[in-house]
Design a protein around this ligand. Structure first.
Ligand SMILES: NC(=O)c1ccc[n+]([C@@H]2O[C@H](COP(=O)([O-])OP(=O)(O)OC[C@H]3O[C@@H](n4cnc5c(N)ncnc54)[C@H](O)[C@@H]3O)[C@@H](O)[C@H]2O)c1
Length: 199
């Protein structure tokens, strides 16, 4: 598989063409796990986000799901339906200091999940999101307030512990499986219950 910059329609078309060739014109599952914002926009004030970097974050982190879902649609349809999962975060629903423009991108992503689920449901294609608690990935470390986010989850989440990438994988395996055949347009929180807390 060759590189794919999700901002490029040509790249997306080429990669899904390669996928089609590799899997005999069909696809069962699509995992969308892509996000980007300029490091300087993940610190300081959201108010100061310039126009070009606002659209950059929205393009890579939210529109890419729409572009990939559209490209995957005929392949998923060829198999009689399938499932799409994307990765979101609570910062799209609530203001999380430092998450800033990425929170706005996640809000657009969350809404896109619902509209895509409506469009694609008639082809038996399900679209869901996993809202994960903080996991120390390369991208996460570029968020200025990340250590604070981790500390607050440990202190205040009902389970008082961090999640790891395997927890997200297990949730994705469920959402992508036939066990979740009647689950679409929803967000599954894998965050030790933190999303339920008011304080
Ligand atoms: N790590 C966390 O705490 C956390 C929590 C909730 C949600 N998420 C979400 O999980 C997803 C994966 O992030 P991660 O934390 O595993 O970090 P990651 O750095 O492993 O993944 C981000 C990926 O996006 C890719 N990417 C960036 N710009 C791209 C572009 N223009 N074209 C194609 N690919 C591009 C990178 O190559 C990378 O593989 C993201 O949507 C992120 O917002 C992460």
């Amino acid at each position: 598989m060759t590189a794919c910059d999700v901002r490029s329609d040509e790249d997306v078309a080429r990669v899904f063409g390669e996928v089609s060739q590799a899997f005999d014109g069909g696809l069962d599952l699509l995992v969308h796990s892509v996000a980007f914002a300029a490091a300087e926009d993940l610190e300081g004030r959201f108010t100061d986000t310039p126009r070009d970097r606002f659209w950059l974050a929205l393009d890579v982190s939210a529109y890419s799901l729409v572009a990939c879902a559209r490209a995957a649609e005929p392949l998923l349809e060829a198999r009689g339906g399938g499932a799409i999962v994307t990765m979101t975060y609570l910062g799209g629903e609530r203001a999380v200091p430092h998450y800033n423009v990425m929170g706005v991108a996640k809000a657009a992503l969350d809404s896109s999940v619902k509209y895509l689920a409506w469009d694609l449901g008639q082809k038996n294609i399900r679209v869901n999101a996993i809202s994960a608690g903080p996991v120390r990935t390369l991208s996460a470390r570029s968020i200025a307030g990340f250590p604070t986010m981790e500390a607050i989850v440990e202190e205040r989440a009902p389970l008082h512990r961090h999640i790891d990438a395997d927890d997200v994988g297990a949730a994705a395996a469920y959402l992508l499986s036939d066990e979740a055949r009647n689950v679409t347009a929803t967000t599954l929180y894998v965050d030790s219950g933190y999303h339920a807390m008011g304080l």
